[in-house]
Write a protein that binds this ligand. Sequence first.
Ligand code: AMP
Length: 929
Amino acid sequence: HHTHEPFILCFFFQWEVVQKTLNGSQLYTYSICNVGEREQDNWLRTTFIQRRPSASRVFVELQFIVRDCNSFGASSLTCKETFNLFSSESDADVGTTFRKGQFKKVATIAPDEITGKKELRINTETRVVENLSLKGFYLAIQDIGACVALLSLRVYYKICPATIQSLASFPETVAGGENQALREVSGECVENAISEGLPRIYCTVDGEWVVPVGQCQCKPGYEETEDACKECLPGFFKAEASSGKCEPCPANTQGLDTGALFCPCMDGFYRAPTDPPTGPCSGLPSAPRDLVATTSHLSVGKLLLSWRPPEHTGGRTDITYSIECLRCEGPVCQSCGEKIRYEPANVGLTLTKVTVSELDAHLNYTFTVEAHSGVSAFASQAMPQAHKLPLTNPPKITSMRLVKQNPTSLSLSWEVSPKPRVQARPIRYELTYRKKDDNLDVTTYTVLILEKNSVQIPDLSPGTAYLFRVQALGSDGSPGGSSIEEQYETLSEGHLAHNNTAVISGAAIGGAVMLLIVVIVLFLHRRSVLFFFLNEQLKPLKTYVDPHTYEDPNIAVLKFATEIHPSHITKQKVIGAGEFGEVYRGILKVPGRKEVAVAVKTLKPGYTEKQRQDFLSEASIMGQFAHQNIIRLEGVVTKFKHAMIVTEYMENGALDRYLRDHDGEFSAYQLVGMMRGIAAGMKYLSDMSYVHRDLAARNILVNNTLECKVSDFGLSRVLEDDPEGTYTTSGGKIPIRWTAPEAIAYRKFTSASDVWSFGIVMWEVMAFGERPYWDMSNHEVMKAINEAFRLPAPMDCPSAVYQLMLQCWLQDRSKRPRFGDIVSLLDKLLRSPESLKAIADFDPRVSIRLPSTSGSDGPPFRCVPEWLESIKMSQYGENFTCAGIVSMDQVMQMKNEDIKNIGVRLPGHLKRIAYSILGLKDQTSTLIL
Ligand code: AMP
């Protein structure tokens, strides 16, 4: 019950204030007692009572005493025992003016108990005044000759108090009247809860809430506890919005921090793509046991292989087996080839036996049976855990042999001592080779890392001598043992290859045996240092080398970058401006190689030696990377006056610009794909221990297949040429809105601070190149971050993606996901696109940054163009004008259908405009209230 604030009563005709003693306390009453006189008409009126707009029905409670007429003897003839309650509505306070005619009778009030000679009897009566509609009203009491004392008059209305029901909060609501007995009220889900429809409930006349509709449920990662959604505890997860509880992480998974949406697999455990992401992870099966071969005299060339299932299945039932057959003569092993027949098959076997036939007599065959499960393929791709195995000393290479010779290829094999044990992890070999007579200053070495003791090397020059060196690698990847060096020649052209049937298993380069190829240019007159760059899935053997560690930075450039002759470069067109000079699109045509489109960064004339070194440092850094999602260095020009850096050409330029130009044109799936690429590049950099410090959409380049690559590497240069860089008190420059708080506060730049920046890049991507934190100043941004505010979800952003952003922006950097986690999560989302369907809550007022209405009461925009400009949709100005929509009032009437009809077709734009209109309406209604 809400009681109106106190008001006073005014007298009209003969009422008076009388002090009475009641139960020992003094009180004032409005009294009248003209019982002996005829034709009484005495009024008592309240002051103006303002009405809350929604309170159309008020209750009037009166406390009063009426004297028994019998106690007045002769006067009792004219004496009355009732009085009347009147009301009158008004939009304004009329002061002391009183016009009887304007009052309507509400009720005649009669006492239940009359007060006689002795005791005072107090009556309480309540009446309802309904259908009030003006700004306020008056109440009045008309005495027609009774002896009345009015003790109190209370005016109130009923409300349904603000409440939280089924995780939705509903505002305080004034109870309706007879004409609207049930008031429908819509509510909002509590923090971290979501619902499909708008949650609603009804408020009854009596101020009670009934019949809630539209359930709110806690978001993924949250569970319901006492009218709120709390984050799942560490070690628990919840994948979906539901009314369920967080569940403990399943077997072989690791519990993340609080609020986990899923539990990632523990190291060495995996989920097959078909496994539910909420289920347990499984390990790899151990090896099959007790392999037995049975021959029979009756069927020559036939063999029955049988074995027992592996001891450990890794917790899976989908175990299958595959058979591999090798024929070895001396040190040379070759695959048995296609001639041999397996019954039922040699792969995907579910039974623990197989019949092998068509074998030749008197030959040695080696059969290997492997157990696989649903996670095998996935696991070997995901992360061979080479570094997890105990270290072993690499064996020695004892001999190297030429197996086959062709004009363009050579097949080699070698032997090791001690021989690797069966079932032991394969030894890895490092094979380095180069042309023998390559006595130029610059020599090209090719380094292969191999898992077998044989290889066929293609693409060699005919009739040329090559030097080969092979060395075994330890299980940690370190070279060791003795190496062997041999020289072999390719046949000259015209020679046919020997009719040698030996085929080296996994012969072609790029086959499963080979882990990587890196061509490294070495300068022989300097210390030869080899740097290996493993492909993404493998732990790199070497980490990034800071060119600053070289006393002479020029040496670093030479070490990590190929020198290009300027005559091989054709500049075509200026495409950008770097700090050091123009960036051109061009063509690189190195003799003997296909021509490629390149970007050419130039150093403008008049540079200092320091500037030249800073400029080239970018190449020294970039040259150390080899990854699909890192901009590739083609080479440098350092030996001529105009230094240049030549990189692969990225047709679509910088990502921020590109997205702005294609606002709304990509699906969430495509955008997540872009982020996945960036994350993969960043994982590679962080694995190399390289901290980028300036990760932002403007430093990501996009090619014509929409692949995103990380660019902008540099040393002191980092941030100095970034217009977003802001000087800090320590003199460095920092792009505040992309940088983690600890990096701003005490220059703690780590891969974890790169992860923060990656979160901002994700936001930029989902918001199609919107500026993070819009037009807030750097200072405001820092203040907001310190107060734990974070960017809101961009429009149409999948909930899972926004959750990931929020994880990247955790204050505690150790709690942020690593790039490896990010890549896995994004991969997972891409594998099941339904996971992108749940959209994060979006508040149009924040996200389109409508001007604040506080303190202004006009409409937020004066005209349509101004409004369109504010939501960056000015291109549709003409569509609105042509359709005759020229005022904001008209805009506010528009339905989604109308927006489409005037020619807004792109779903992203449609939504942006519709959301903005929604936001406008929202604001207007707020103003009215
Ligand atoms: P940067 O100095 O690296 O920031 O380059 C300046 C601008 O040149 C970039 O914002 C791009 O628009 C353009 N640019 C740089 N490198 C490339 C490239 N490899 N392909 C295409 N455009 C590039």
